[in-house]
Write a protein that binds this ligand. Sequence first.
Ligand code: PG9
Length: 621
Amino acid sequence: VLSLLVAGTVHAQTAPMTPDIPAKFTAPADPDADYIKRVEMIPMRDGVKLYTVIVIPKGVTNAPIMLTRTPYNAAKRAERNKSPHINAMLGEGDDAFIQDGYIRVFQDVRGKYGSEGDYVMTRPLRGPLNNTKVDHATDAYDTIEWLVKHVKESNGRVGMVGSSYEGFTVLMALADPHPALKAAVPMSPMVDGWRGDDWFHNGAFRTSNFGYIMGQNAARGSGSSIDTGVYDDYVGYLRPGSSADFAKKYGTDQLPFARKIMEHPAYDSYWQEQALDKILGARPLKVPTMYVVGRWDQEDIYGAYATYAATEPKDAQNDKNFLVVGPWRHSGVNYNGSTLGPLHFTGDTAAEFRRDYMVPFFNQYLKEGAPKANTPPVLSYETGTNTWRQLNQWPLVPAAQPIYLEAGGKLAFDKPAAKDSFDEYISDPNKPVPFVPRPIRASDRNVWGPWLALDQRSFSDRTDVVSYVTEPLKAPVHIAGQPMVNLFASTSGTDADWVVKLIDVYPDEMPNQPEMGGYQLGIAMDILRGRYRNSLEHPSAIPANKVEKYRFALPNADHVFLPGHRIMVQVQSSWFPVYDRNPQTYVPNIFYAKPADYVKATQRIYHAPGAESAIELPVVK
Ligand code: PG9
């Protein structure tokens, strides 16, 4: 009887056979929580409503709003942990916003998770590719319009931030910005999916996208994964044959976006018309924007630089366009930036950037009376010396200083003298060069995240990789810009891929970090699909056994090769399975190559008068 009496109230007993799973359970809101979370369905101009989570620190008034528009589940983006504490509940990258009392908003893009409407992957702007009345520019506009009218704790000023796809939605909002959008920080934005962001690099397809597309598009919520039943992705991707065969085997070809990709292997109008750098470069620059990217960004290493370069000429007063490059992997800016693989930096470079540069930048435009931030035109983490540098421009210098590939595996600043000199290797598409040591688990974050910074030694001695290296440097060599490849090569096939890797070779012994002795660190590495050597839009077969020139840009670098280190260049013709295999026989569409098209080819890399293979380096004098 006593147990039924609580503070004088008599409770009915729960019968033993009462079902223990209630029809409905709702946890009470924690009265001690330091924030309020509201979920709203915000109406867009076409009547579609978008699921939006609004997190308001308790007690704030006149606070700025920080908006992220995501295809990755807004509810989860605002729930790192279930916690009454805002700093435990929001993501690591939100730390500085929390400290500064921002209202944080996450919204599902149309067609994903809680939002209504249809989903189109990286939905193009209204225009030739989008004949509807809506796009991410209108959705961002309508959302901001609603937020400033309905969030009474706000001061009516909005900023946008986000990385990768979320960086793409930031850029889309800039195409036709709402007047309340006062500042933007697109991080590693997806800008041009053919030239050098997610889907392709210079025409070579990135096979892991099939897994991404399954995860994003097989369902409105989280989709499905591709389970090959093979531990080593190298085998899992090789066995089915061409990429189209792979897509067919796992059902990916049922998804329209996979089909769109396979129907547009070249840089045709489908890709050109959605390249956001061109689109934004042709529009007025209205909103102060800080482009952010990681030095070793393994997914979107192209877009931030390209869009910064395309919009920079419009920044006449030098007060609207800014660039930040940190020593990070893709989206690493939102996590701990102390290390990348075995590389150690000068502390948590990402938290430092967020606290010392990003939030003061936003505050300047979003908070009344906030001081002008100390935002340099370009903030760059110079690798090698591991130093943040405030620069006036990017690139610092054009790629003007050739370093030549020479006989005997030498690399030197002097032109090669020998006649008709070349190195030869056999590229076998049935035994492609792996991009990380096997077994490959690309879905493992510790493999995928740092892979661009991983030791290239495992590949340098393969018989289908050629390496050229300088003597140990007597003085530092600083490069700051985009190295240009000038490769003179022939193939016995009629198509070929050329992978060129600019590498910093560490001294044999590194007493303070012994495992770095002899390390081969990728500084700028990329691929060109040979059929696009003369035109990205109109591919052409390579004449067999004829020396051709292949010219393409490597990713931007700001790196000091220190004395005692050596500069290395590696060349190979496959990089698998991060990139699909070139069959080495010219076929109309590589996605659909047949088993018989995959043939061995003899590749020759020339270092002879008139055919001086070189990398033009942006050397800072
Ligand atoms: N890199 C991812 C992505 C962006 C856009 C399209 C497809 C993939 C991302 O991290 O969001």
